[in-house]
Design a protein around this ligand. Structure first.
Ligand code: NAD
Length: 313
């Protein structure tokens, strides 16, 4: 496996934005772009390649599945997108059918790489990818709630008027309508969020954090309503996950990972903090949850489980 080689399957808004963010990252020396629309993959590869003199030497090309044979990381972004008003779960059947065409082609050439799923509904599709691939679960990862967590940090940072990187808080569960904010352990550089709230004195009422959570949850709907799709922030979220893998950083990220006997949940993929490194998921972390968070996580898991059962997987 070539650790310096990645592939992106699906070169729409999300795939192309990820390709651009990875080009800028300097993490790879080779990147294969695959799309059912070959012209699109070729056009993106040409456009990206013209930027190489401003970055670092790299081979970027439109390829096919046989190019995956030594590819360390395969990123899947192919799929339909939410139309205004649609939830991510509404995409499930269309995107599972697309996966059924993609995953068997990947494993024909590559059974040793890491698969990173971004297409929605990401938790369900990561589970289906794991099933279809036969890979060990630690090498099948979904982007999970890494993006949602960034949205939470951004909005808290804006609210408090501080650097969002000084805020430590997670969104966990489904990347979708049943996700939850883990307020009980949220903190600003070690100071409990509630204590920081008192210090800050900006909140007019206790409803503020609840509204902020709603804004996080509805972020994608709001962006989609205005510009049709979301892609820059997810591209940076994927770059962060990829960096943790390729640089073997052992970073704790709320990726969609396989859960078995955590919080009373089993045989499911959902967004939970996990240690991510060169081998994929190293360990799922049981962060402390209060009773209401635990119940909300279990409800989120039940929703995902029902969707998966209905698909026959
Ligand atoms: P898009 O319509 O712009 O691109 C989808 C691409 O997939 C198209 O280029 C299409 O030709 C390609 N494609 C379709 N079927 C294919 C197949 N069988 N093989 C190869 N390529 C195929 O959509 P987008 O905006 O890029 O979004 C892609 C996916 O990412 C959607 O499912 C979207 O919901 C999801 N998404 C996920 C997150 C997240 O946080 N996980 C965030 C944003 C978007």
């Amino acid at each position: 496996m070539n650790l310096k080689k990645c592939a992106i399957i699906g070169c729409g808004f999300v795939g192309a934005s990820i390709a651009f963010s990875l080009l800028e990252s300097g993490l790879f020396s080779e990147m294969v772009l695959i799309d059912i629309n070959k012209d699109k993959a070729e056009g993106e590869a040409m456009d990206l390649s013209h930027a190489i003199p401003f970055g670092r030497p790299m081979k970027i090309y439109a390829g096919d599945y046989s190019d995956l044979k030594d590819c360390y990381l395969v990123i899947i972004t192919a799929g339909g997108i939410q139309k205004p008003g649609q939830s991510r779960l509404d995409l499930v059947n269309t995107n599972i059918n697309i996966l059924k065409g993609i995953v068997p082609n990947i494993i024909k050439y590559n059974t040793d790489g890491i698969l990173l799923v971004v297409s929605n509904p990401v938790d369900v599709l990561t589970y289906v990818t794991w099933k279809l691939s036969g890979f060990p679960s630690e090498r099948v990862i979904g982007s999970g709630t890494v993006l949602d967590t960034a949205r939470l940090k951004y909005l808290l940072g804006e609210h408090f008027g501080i650097d969002s990187r000084s805020i430590h808080a997670f969104i966990i569960g489904e990347h979708g309508d049943s996700e939850l904010a883990v307020w009980s352990s949220a903190n600003v550089s070690g100071l409990d969020l509630k204590d920081f709230c008192n210090l800050c004195g900006k909140c007019e009422n206790s409803q503020t954090l609840k509204n902020l959570y709603q804004d996080v949850k509805n972020s994608a709907y709001e962006v989609i309503k205005r510009k049709g799709s979301t892609y820059y922030a997810i591209a940076m979220a994927v770059r962060r996950i990829v960096e943790a893998i390729v640089r073997n950083e052992h970073s704790v990220l709320p990726v969609s990972c396989y859960i078995d006997s955590h919080y009373g949940i089993s045989d499911l993929y959902l967004g939970i903090p996990a240690i991510v490194g060169e081998k994929g998921i190293e360990k799922v972390i049981d962060i402390p949850l209060d009773e209401s968070e635990k119940n909300a996580l279990i409800s989120s898991a039940q929703i995902l489980k029902k969707v998966i059962n209905d698909t026959g997987f």
